[in-house]
Design a protein around this ligand. Sequence first.
Ligand code: BTN
Length: 247
Amino acid sequence: MEFTILRFESIESTNDEAIRQAKLGAPEGLCVVARSQTKGRGRHGRTWLSPPDAGLYFSLLLRPKLEPQALSLITLMSAIAVHDTLESLYHLDCDIKWVNDILVKDRKICGILTETCETYEGTAVVVGIGVNLLQGTIQLEIADIATSVEEETGKKPSKEDLIDNLTANLEQYYKILQSEDGPKRVCREWITRSSYAFGKRVRAKTERGVFEGVTAGLTWNGALILQLDSKEKIIISTGEVEQLRKT
Ligand code: BTN
């Protein structure tokens, strides 16, 4: 894949710009990077605060040749890529909280927002990645649940090295996803990097309600299997999961 990087000083949201470019016919591999975002978006309609240079604000445009039910795996393969980048560049011991929060010591260091849009060239997928880079820029209200590369390593990271390593990893796992047995391989890779895959007591907030149980692996397309206390197994395809402490 050929990467082209569009850089902005400030923009509303790199995801919005990547979607706009997708609709104009931009090819896959287009990356949008901004020093700050004025309307950064998180999952579930949340705001992603994006002060200048405090984080990496990055969106990648993909035009996957996958069946629609497999598109959810793009989120998992992106989490794997970020996980590996943070481990190899900064030696951070990362975890992945289903489905795509990257945690260090249970605090969030990166969030991923994957969005799809229809274009004349077919379905496009935009992977928006926000990595907390600098200490002191995380607002107080989330300081106990968020962390940054600087806080964990004591060093200010280079954004360019991060982009280089991240794009290489995204390319590698995207190739794996689109290969034969790709979905199985991506799920397997995700499971080896996440403490949430098996045996974790969690609460899942979904559109169907709130469920508590123990995680029991993934379905072929990356949905989380949850075993309820009644022993019934349910599948969580969208929603949010939080760890419950054992009582
Ligand atoms: C989450 O809620 O955890 C996902 C956060 C995703 C934030 C990134 S920053 C770059 C891209 N542009 C956005 O507006 N959001 C994503």
